[in-house]
Design a protein. Structure first.
Lengths: 353, 611
């Protein structure tokens, strides 16, 4: 008995020497980042720190999860939300960690961490040396100096912001939560020059081949307003098209456009597709939602394949589902928890879109 | 450390036939007067405490069940918040209570319903010796931790007054190594982690030949800042939480002939306000409960005792998180038979019916048996099987959005068998071992899941199976000048989801999150004349963080050392204690990305006057 107790005691004491403190991921994959592929930003659960980055490789037709952790030996952060690339650098916006991770586009090795950005959502490059970052809670746009990877200033737009699109010397910023404005910032002098009133809660935006700005307004989380799809002439700043969704319960999200800038895609009980010159909203889904819980959408600019994330019950691993342009399923791949924004690596060297 | 309960007074060895019940040694409890209940239970039992850190929310997880399935009672009155179903152990100093009893599994039905894992009963009581006690216990420790506890017990053989008051404040600004926020690890100081709390307990007792009357009043409040996980950014201003509770209880007990009668009325008010200015959340939650309870215990003959109990609990919730004010009434009736079949065999059968508002629930029951194979030895075999129910919390039913008023109650089928052996080698030396196997099959578990709209909804979705073993050994030695003891325990708990009805089966059969499969602890105590010391160490195995078990928190072991001296004069005594907590400076996390303090110190001084 005494020996048994001594053994148990020594085991307990020996545990004090264990050096691991932070969460540990089981079965990390070898990352495979060369070649063409698709990045998926997995948001993870709020304050759980289980956000991550996945990469689907066209070469191996496999998905590699925990890419950032595997390479940099630390977690990506809490609620990584979006990603963008400029030249050889990729910028991963980590919303609830108030930071942007700057990594090499080729190998995802960390280059810098830009901290202290209040609840960042999206980053848009307005020049080779300057980027704007939108914010869920701040009324200001944060200006990033891309040469020093640091915050260089703020632009007070007096509203919180979500999606952002830069075209020539204008940046169009959507005021999402409880908002109904698109703010226009002159990127040369950093001043707000104009605003356009749109529908309730403009959630996502794209530019078409005619340089018109398309804005998807989802009507508000509480369904108090009708959702709208709005087309704005960026030269005149005038709304030229306005499609109102038929029911207040309609809540479309995640507007995307194909490489040619001719076909719009968005999520509403599945994936819907609509030509930019269509006279009305599509009445049926190209890809029905059925048993899925679709969350984010991407259209491969090279081959027009449609990728959609399925978040399941939000607590377990989700899926990246790959469809042909005709809406036929090709394959699906297990990601991590809450797979969100999708980015395409079309140039084997660096380019991500 | 846990010590097998000693049955005294009217109770006999078979009063709790088949039930595993333990009591935390009172001499050990006194060493925790300046700690919270969470610290006391975490260090000295194998119950898992899920805590957000010093001063942060601390909840119980017993035998693999959730925090809402382990209950906390004060003199048998349930204290779990009716909105959340939980009790925050960090808000109660251990020095406030006189006894801590732990009822495992189905044994919890002796006290209340819904404790699938068990119930911890906190007892406050008078000292009828007629002496006056004045007890003053200030303490100061690392990270701006200051506290004070005052107890005054006075009266005579027929009347007793007990007064207790405490205060505590802490900065909790400890340092930790942050190796996740940048490419190089760096030391960081925990911010926005302050807590300030006060409390007051007044009890009055009166007794005559057959009757005892008591009145108890307990007020406590706590203000704290809530730190964020280190992987998230700090909020400015930070999140704040204010808890305020008022508990009042009057009891009448009488004993005439073969009948014992007990009547209790209690009023419990809990206020919890949470504020997050960054996201404009100002959550205000008030619950009020009025509880009436009566027990009649009748000894039919030497072999048979019956007990009838009726309790009614009226709950009212006012919160800005429900659509409107909610009121719920729960009427419960129990029948209990205790039978001593032979000198070595006893049994117990309890049946309970609950009327929830106007709806009768399926009856619950608990059956237990206890065998004492050798008259002259303290060896027991205990076995029980129970069906227990837990009504949904009011948040599950009415939280807006997502609450589901149509929820059904959760059911647990609980079985266990315990072998309990005590060997008294001599007057000064004894050894106690116990070994338990348990298996709990929990049905209709409530789970929040994504709904068809933006928000999540509550439903009866999940079945859970928990099973495992518990083993402990206690060796104690005492002589005129010296005392020494060693307590060690180990538990293995397998807790899995068995029937996931929401379409995603990745978690089916996997260990539930934040449920360590392995836990162990050891406590060594040595006292020699005026000097006393203790060393305790507890091990917590890895805990999975994701339902599919793809991520876990590493195991850790925390050890504490206490050294002290006691001086006694005629009517006064002094005690000076020095405690080193986490003596090996282990870096660990109990909840992911919430760092815990490294090595820290606490100095306590106790002055006690008895006359």
């Amino acid at each position: 008995m005494q020996r048994t107790l001594l053994f148990a005691f020594l085991i307990i004491i020996s545990g004090s020497c264990i050096k691991e403190t932070d969460p540990v991921i089981i079965d990390l994959n070898d990352s495979y980042l060369s070649g063409k592929g698709v990045f998926v930003v997995n948001e993870g659960n709020f304050r759980s720190g289980n956000g991550s980055l996945s990469f689907f490789s066209y070469d191996s037709l496999k998905i590699y999860n925990h890419v950032f952790l595997d390479i940099n030996k630390r977690p990506l952060g809490d609620i990584p939300y979006s990603m963008n690339v400029l030249g050889s650098k990729a910028y991963i916006v980590v919303n609830n960690s108030d930071k942007i991770e700057v990594v090499n586009g080729n190998d995802m090795k960390s280059v810098a961490v830009i901290n202290g950005i209040k609840s960042p959502r999206y980053i848009s490059f307005v020049s080779d040396t300057k980027a704007y970052v939108t914010s869920l809670y701040s009324d200001s746009i944060t200006i990033i100096n891309l040469l020093t990877n640091s915050v260089s200033g703020y632009i007070d737009i007096k509203k919180t912001s979500e999606s952002i699109v830069a075209l020539y010397s204008d940046a169009y910023v959507a005021s999402w939560i409880n908002g109904n404005k698109i703010m226009i910032i002159n990127t040369l002098n950093g001043r707000v020059t104009d605003s356009i009133t749109v529908g309730r809660e403009p959630e996502s935006m794209v530019i078409d081949k005619n340089e018109n700005l398309w804005v998807l307004c989802n009507g508000g989380w509480n369904r108090d307003y009708f959702a709208e799809l709005i087309g704005i002439n960026t030269r005149t700043k005038v709304i030229e098209k306005r499609f109102i969704f038929p029911f207040k319960t309609d809540s479309p999200t995640c507007l995307r456009i194909d490489k040619k800038g001719e076909t719009l895609f968005y999520l509403q009980n599945g994936v819907r597709a609509m030509k930019i010159d269509a006279e009305g909203l599509p009445s049926s889904a190209l890809i029905p939602g059925h048993d899925h819980n679709f969350y984010k959408l991407g259209v491969n600019p090279e081959n027009s394949e449609i990728f959609v994330t399925d978040v399941g019950d939000y607590t377990q691993k989700g899926y990246l589902i790959r469809y042909s342009i005709a809406g036929t399923i090709i394959s699906s791949y297990q990601t991590n928890i809450i797979p969100g924004s999708i980015y395409f690596k079309v140039d084997p060297e660096t380019d991500i879109q | 450390m846990i010590k097998e309960v000693e049955i005294k007074g009217k109770s006999s060895w078979n009063d709790y036939a088949g039930i595993k019940m333990t009591r935390i040694d009172s001499s050990l409890k006194s060493a925790y007067d300046q700690h919270t209940l969470a610290d006391l239970i975490s260090d000295n039992s194998l119950i898992y405490i899920k805590t957000y850190g010093s001063g942060g929310l601390a909840t119980l997880s017993f035998r693999g069940t959730g925090s809402g399935h382990t209950q906390l009672a004060w003199n048998s009155v349930n204290l779990n918040n009716p909105m959340t179903g939980q009790f925050d152990l960090s808000l109660v100093p251990a020095g406030l209570v006189d006894d801590v009893s732990i009822f495992y599994g189905g044994g919890s039905m002796c006290i209340n319903s819904g404790g699938f894992g068990g119930i911890i009963d906190l007892e406050t009581k008078p000292d009828w010796s007629g002496k006056t006690l004045i007890y003053i216990n200030p303490a100061a420790g690392s990270f701006g931790n200051y506290s004070g506890l005052l107890k005054i017990k006075t009266g005579h053989a027929g009347f007793q007054s007990v007064t207790k008051a405490y205060t505590r404040s802490a900065e909790n600004n400890f340092s930790y190594l942050n190796n996740i926020s940048g490419n190089e690890p760096f030391w960081e100081t925990r911010r926005n982690n302050q807590i300030s709390q006060t409390g007051f307990l007044q009890e009055l007792y009166y007794k005559n030949s057959h009757n005892t009357y008591s009145a108890r009043f307990w007020y406590q409040s706590a203000n704290r800042n809530l730190p964020v996980p280190i992987i998230a950014s700090a909020l400015y201003p930070c999140e704040k939480q204010n808890d305020e509770s008022l508990r009042a209880m009057i009891t009448y007990e009488t004993s005439k002939g073969s009948n014992d009668l007990s009547l209790t009325a209690a009023f419990i008010s809990d206020k919890l306000n949470y504020k997050n200015e960054v996201v404009s959340v100002d959550s205000r939650n008030n619950s009020e409960r009025l509880l009436l309870k009566g027990d009649l215990d009748r000894r039919i003959n030497k072999l048979l005792r019956v007990q009838f109990s009726v309790s009614n609990e009226l709950t009212r919730i006012r919160t800005n998180n429900y659509a409107d004010e909610k009121v719920r009434n729960m009427l419960s009736g129990d029948g209990l038979i205790r039978v001593t079949l032979t000198r070595w065999l006893a049994g117990r059968f309890l049946v309970r019916e609950i009327l929830l508002d106007k709806k009768f629930l399926a009856p619950d029951f608990s059956i237990g048996t206890e065998i004492k194979p050798f008259t002259e030895k303290y060896y027991y075999i205990k076995a029980s099987f129970s069906k227990n129910s837990k009504v949904p919390t009011l948040n599950d039913m009415y939280w807006s959005p997502g609450g589901n008023p149509e929820l059904e109650n959760e059911n647990g089928f609980l079985s266990e068998i315990t072998l309990d052996l005590t060997n008294i080698i001599s007057n000064s030396f004894s050894i106690n071992n116990d070994f338990t196997l348990f298996r709990n099959n929990l049905k209709n578990m409530i789970q929040w899941h994504p709904g068809e709209s933006y928000y999540w909804e509550a439903d009866n979705l999940n079945d859970v199976l928990t099973s495992g073993i518990e083993a402990s050994v206690c060796v104690s030695y005492s002589s005129e000048r010296m005392s020494a003891s060693m307590n060690a325990g180990y538990t293995y708990t397998k807790a899995t989801s068995t029937d996931f009805n929401n379409g995603n089966t990745l978690s089916s059969g996997k260990q539930l999150i934040y449920n360590p499969a392995n836990q162990a602890n050891v406590l060594l105590r040595v006292g020699w004349q005026r000097f006393y010391s203790s060393f305790n160490s507890y091990y917590t195995g890895k805990r999975f963080l994701t339902a599919d078990n793809s991520q876990y928190l590493p195991q850790y072991t925390i050890s504490d050392l206490k050294l002290g001296l006691r001086f006694k004069a005629a009517k006064t005594s002094y005690d000076a204690g020095f405690i080193i907590e986490n003596i090996f400076n282990a870096m660990y996390q109990n909840i992911a990305y919430y760092p815990m303090p490294g090595r820290n110190y606490l100095v306590t001084v106790t002055f006690q006057l008895i006359k």
